[in-house]
Design a binder for this molecule. Structure first.
Ligand code: NDP
Ligand code: 8X3
Length: 248
């Protein structure tokens, strides 16, 4: 049985990806900070073997300890989905809150690096691995007030290319999935629990669902070993660019 390691599986795209990959025959390592959410998920997926790890991806020592402590039957990770991340705030750069900047740069960029670094020795030793980094349309188009979030996702785009180059000799595939608007807890986090404002983001059009992204990831990681779908941009049919959305 192949093993998929999914960060940020307690919600949204990560959770849906865990469900999809469990149906595709993977056993799972699921991570996040909210243990009870992950326990609920593991119960839902039973009898598929699921190992839960709770850590903050910004905490390098916690990431390393969690991966080092994986039981042998989950330690050989075939697929890593670097999904954990969020936007925090939406403000002009001059009004930005440095605590939000830290959360985005440390979580979306350094967290991805810490998790990858912890898992790469086993992948390079086995000459086997497939890494899916969740970027965003925001990493390819900077929009007003998106500044630091967009920068964090632009870093994911650059890192995905860099990882693909450096890991080529090690037979490790690296890919980037860039969603447009997906209705998850993303906007609730961005707007710090303001549920009306969060719901407003998706009013007047049909956004993507987390399951739409999970479908694509499942397809990507079940291609034959000689195939790497290196970059995907997936948008709601009503979206043409980061801030161009048809509202009927
Ligand atoms: P959700 O808020 O629903 O899920 C975010 C997940 O990331 C949660 O499971 C959360 O777990 C985890 N997470 C966030 N910060 C940390 C942290 N510091 N340490 C550990 N886990 C963390 O949002 P989405 O599912 O939408 O977001 C998933 C990814 O998709 C993100 O990288 C996001 O940037 C990206 N994305 C989202 C889009 C959208 O429109 N929704 C579009 C494009 C990209 P917990 O809180 O339990 O730690
Ligand atoms: C999430 C999509 O356009 O809100 O990455 O930044 S967007």
């Amino acid at each position: 049985m192949q093993t998929a390691f999914i960060t940020g599986a307690s919600s949204g795209i990560g959770r849906a990806t865990a469900v999809a990959l469990s149906k595709a025959g993977f056993q799972l390592v699921v991570t996040g900070r909210r243990r009870e959410r992950l326990e609920e998920l593991a119960q839902e997926l039973a009898p598929v073997p699921v190992h839960i790890l709770t850590f903050d991806v910004r905490d390098k020592a916690a990431v390393e300890a969690a991966v080092a402590g994986l039981p042998a039957e989950f330690a050989e990770v075939d697929v890593l989905v670097n999904n954990a991340g969020n936007a925090h705030g939406l403000a002009p750069i001059q009004d930005g809150d440095p605590t939000d900047w830290d959360a985005m740069l440390d979580g979306n960029v350094k967290g991805l690096l810490y998790v990858s670094r912890a898992l790469l020795p086993t992948m390079t030793r086995r000459k086997k691995g497939h890494i899916i980094n969740i970027g965003s349309i925001a990493g390819h188009e900077t929009y007003a007030n998106g500044n630091v979030y967009c920068a964090s996702k632009a870093a994911v785009a650059a890192l995905s290319k860099g990882m693909r180059l450096d890991l080529l000799p090690h037979h490790i595939r690296v890919a980037e999935v860039n969603p447009g608007a997906v209705e998850t807890e993303f906007s609730q986090v961005r707007f710090k629990g303001d549920t009306d404002r969060a719901a407003g983001v998706y009013k007047g059009f049909e956004p993507l669902r987390a399951e739409d992204i999970a479908d694509i990831i499942q397809f990507m990681v079940t291609r034959p070993a000689h195939v790497n779908i290196a970059e995907v941009l997936i948008l709601p049919a009503a979206q043409a660019a980061a801030t161009v959305i048809r509202k009927d």
